[in-house]
Design a protein around this ligand. Sequence first.
Ligand code: TAP
Length: 484
Amino acid sequence: MPSPFEYAPAPESRAIVDLKPSYGLFIDGQFVEGHGTPFKTISPATEEVLSEIAEADQADIDAAVKAARRAYDRVWSRMPGRERAKYLYRIARIIQERSRELAVLESLDNGKPIKESRDVDVPTVAAHFFYYAGWADKLEYAGHGADPQPLGVAAQVIPWNFPLLMLAWKIAPALACGNTVVLKPAETTPLTALLFVEICQQADLPPGVVNIVTGAGATGQALVGHPGVDKVAFTGSTEVGKAIARSVAGTSKRVTLELGGKAANIVFDDAPIDQAVEGIVDGIFFNQGHVCCAGSRLLVQESVVEDVLERLKARMSTLRMGDPLDKNTDIGAINSGEQLKRIRELSEVGDAEGAERWEVACDLPTKGFWFPPTLFTGVSQAHRIAREEIFGPVLSVLTFRTPAEALEKANNTPYGLSAGVWTDKGSLILKMASSLRAGVVWANTFNKFDPTSPFGGYKESGYGREGGRHGLEAYLRTPHESAR
Ligand code: TAP
C-alpha cells in the first residue's frame, strides 16, 4: 500500500564545501604536485566530476616516507605524550567544528546518505581522536610493557566505504603512540582525506607527521613496499591483504590487516521480531551494505522464518533510496560502476544457483550507480552468495532448527569478522558469543562502533585489532622487540 504521506525533498546544501578544481599530494606539511597521471573523482550519485586528483608515483612515495621519517626522528617521537595529546585533542575539536563540511563532502564523494555521514561517520571520527588523545600520555598503563616505544613510519592504506572513519582508525592510534604516517586513501574517495590535512594545518601539526598520497592500487603497492616503512596497516579486500602479507614477508615490517567478512546475523524464535527486523535492516542496508562487518547472512530459526520475512519485506519497502544529500534518504548510491558490476554479477549467480530473489520495487535514478535493497531466500551454505562477500545491499537468508546448527552454519565461512545474535535468553547469548569465531559479536543490536572497543578479524578477515587499548599494540614495539 502506498504511504499516505510523501516526503518533501530536504537536501542538505553543499555550499559549505569549498571544492577545489584539483588537489596535489600532501607531503611534509604542504600540497605538492604529483608525478603520476592525475585522475578524476566523481559523485557516484550523479557521475558529476568533483575534482582532479594527483597520482603519487614511486618518487613521490619516497619523498613522503622521507618526510615522515624526518618528522619522526626530529620531532614526533621525541615529543612527550602529553604534548602529542594536545595536537590530537585539537584535531578532534576541529573535526567537530567542521563536521557539517566533512559530512557533506563525504556524502558527495562516497554516495552514502548524509544522515549516516552526519550522525555516524563524522561523530565517530571525532570520538576516535578524542579517545586516542587520552591514551597519548598514559601508554605505560596500556598493558603493552612498562616503557612502550613507537615503531617509526607507518604506511596506511584504506578503502572507500568509510573514507574518513578508516583514516581516523589508522591515524589516531598511530600518532598517539608517537609514529608518523603516510596514508593512501582509496582512488574513488580521496576528498575527505584531503580536507583532513587542512585540519592538520589548522591544528599546527608539525610538517611530515601526516602525509597523504593519492592514487590507485599501484600507489598503495609502492607505499607498502617502500623499504623506509616500519609498519603496514591495511584495510581492504582479503585478496589484496594476502598480496600485501606476501610482499612484506621476510622484512622487519610489522603488519595489521583488516579484511573482508560474511557475517551471520542469527535470529532465534524468542527474539523480539520487530527489533530484530530493525537490526537486520541496519546490518545489511547501512551504508548500502558496503560494510566489512555487514550482517550479510541472515540465519533465522525455521519456526519464525515466515513471520520474519513478512515483516522484513514490509520494512524494506519503507526504505527511501536516492539523493545522498537528502536528509530523508536511507539508501544512497553504490560507490562506483565497478562495485555495481560486482554486485550485479554475484546477484545473477544467486539466480543461476536457484535462490529466489526479492527486491524493493522502486524507480532507480537514471544517472549514477544504484542497486535496490534485495534479499535472496532458498539459499544454502553451498551457494556462492552465502560464501562470498557481495559488499552491497544484498541479503542471503538461510534457516536453522537448533542453536548447534546455527553455530555450525555461522562458523562455516573462511571469514570471521563479526556476528549478531537475537534472543531473549542471556544464557544463549553467552553460549553463542563464546562459540562464534568472530572478532565482534553483537547481541540484540548490530553495527555499533565505539572507539573504546577493539575491532578485527579471525581467519581470512585478517589479524591485529583496531580500536580500544588493544589498538595501541599495533603501533608500539613489544617489550620483546624493545629488548633486542
Ligand atoms: P581493495 O581493493 O583491497 O582496496 C583497498 C585499498 O588498497 C585501496 O586504497 C586500494 O587502492 C588499495 N590497493 C589495491 N591494490 C593494492 C595493492 N596491490 N597493494 C596495496 N594497496 C592496494 O578493497 P576495496 O574494494 O577498496 O574495499 C572493499 C574491501 O575492504 C571489502 O572486502 C571489505 O570487507 C574490506 N573492508 C574491511 C574493513 C575491515 S575493518 N576489516 C573495513 C572496510 C572494508 P584503490 O582503491 O585506490 O585502487
